[in-house]
Design a protein around this ligand. Structure first.
Ligand SMILES: Cc1ncc(COP(=O)(O)O)c(C=O)c1O
Length: 391
């Protein structure tokens, strides 16, 4: 009897995915702040700046006009057209708006893509280190994430060769690539991206390209997988470049034969994406001048950290090409990044994310710093970390 009652309350096995450790860091930082401490937040990967003013004004106008109803499940037609135009403007690529699907952040794009492309049991390759929800969502959907190690030799990116080697061991159904990547901020150049996609698709491996950090590229221009292959599925978002994390809005560029499947899935899972956010997102494209200003701020922060951290002892980090992350090797000081992050927070009041969130293999030796705050905070963080490490 007791067993039956207990079973009623038991979560499913598939829901048993690990938590995002960065959330625990945030909670610990909030406790310090509640006691009056001033924490510099470099743990969460989100811009400090608000959405473009024109996006906010468009949403306010829509609210004043009254009813906010459902939209078509693939998204508002004018937004899909505006996103397609963005590909012409940014990548010189003619894109059929019918291939654009509006999503609730890129996060819901992943669920739709994985459901539309993979069967339970399919093996999907991911770069290690990488963004944790890729593997956790795949696991919850019954797929098997296959972590492929990256190294300095391959500029910390996946290559066709290591993908093929894994595929020979046991068939791989798909691969998720990201450039710029999280947590490393490293990028693949156009040639490396094209080579990887050609090799993957030559073997029948489906490619998903997470392009959420496009626009935030400092070392060289990011290339879209949509320009390389009509079979690749691209995922993007208004969260990062357009500073719209809380608006929960993103998009996908979908191979034409998959649009209807995704339409059906999306209609059933969510009906449609929040209408107000779609209105704001369409206007956001007019806020590029404002967003370029924000990007210049990140570039300055990047300079402060890449010049400042080596002077205080953190002199090993991965190429800081794009996004707003610096992934630092802390092995000189600790082989336990969770403990290092905890002590840095409690003693120096600088919050960063331990590498174990992103890399079950070597993450104990790394810390991720997000540099989406102000230049003043970055200078202060370098000073605090320096004083703390010198103690
Ligand atoms: C690499 C990467 N992909 C996807 C996401 C999800 O972002 P959103 O759902 O806000 O678009 C994030 C968020 O940090 C990320 O870093």
């Amino acid at each position: 009897m007791l067993d039956t009652a207990k079973r009623l309350l038991m979560p499913s096995i598939r829901s048993n995915v690990p938590p995002f450790i960065v959330m625990d860091v945030m909670a610990a930082a909030a406790r310090i702040e509640a006691d009056g401490g001033h924490v510099i937040h470099m743990e969460v990967g989100q811009p400090a700046a608000p959405a473009p003013a024109c996006a906010v004004a468009a949403a306010q106008g829509a609210l004043r006009r009254g009813r906010i109803g459902y939209t078509a499940s693939l998204g508002v037609a004018s937004l899909r057209q505006r996103i397609a135009r963005h590909y012409a403007e940014t990548y010189d690529l003619a894109l059929d708006p019918a291939r654009v699907v509006v999503t609730t952040g890129s996060s819901s794009g992943f669920i739709l893509a994985f459901l539309a492309l993979f069967e339970p049991g399919d093996r999907v390759a991911l770069a290690n280190p990488g963004y944790p929800p890729y593997r956790h969502v795949l696991t919850a959907l019954g797929c098997e994430p296959v972590l492929l190690e990256t190294s300095a030799q391959t500029r910390w990116a996946l290559t066709g060769e290591n993908l093929l080697a894994a595929h020979r061991r046991a068939p791989i159904a798909g691969v998720v690539i990201a450039s710029p990547a999280n947590p490393t901020g490293t990028m693949m150049d156009a040639e490396a991206l094209s080579r990887l996609i050609a090799i993957a698709e030559g073997e029948g491996i489906r490619v998903i390209s997470d392009e959420i950090y496009h626009g935030l590229d400092y070392a060289f221009a990011a290339q879209t997988a949509a320009a390389v292959s009509d079979s690749a599925l691209v995922i993007n978002s208004f969260s990062k470049y357009f500073c719209m994390t809380g608006w929960r809005i993103g998009w996908m560029v979908v191979p034409e034969p998959l649009v209807r499947a995704i339409d059906r899935l999306h209609g059933n899972l969510a009906i449609s994406v929040p209408t107000l956010s779609q209105v704001a997102a369409e206007a956001a494209f007019d806020g590029r001048v404002e967003m370029e200003g924000v990007k210049h701020g990140y570039e300055e922060n990047r300079r402060i950290l890449t010049e400042g951290l080596p002077k205080v002892g953190l002199d090993k980090f991965l190429p800081v090409d794009g996004a707003f992350y610096l992934y630092a090797d802390i092995s000189r000081f600790s082989d336990d990044s969770l403990d290092f992050a905890r002590r840095m927070l409690e003693q120096a009041y600088v919050a960063a994310t331990p590498g174990i969130d992103f890399d079950p293999m070597h993450g104990r030796n790394f810390i991720r710093f997000c540099y989406a705050g102000s230049a003043h905070e970055m200078r202060e963080a370098v000073q605090r970390i320096g004083n703390w490490l010198a103690r």
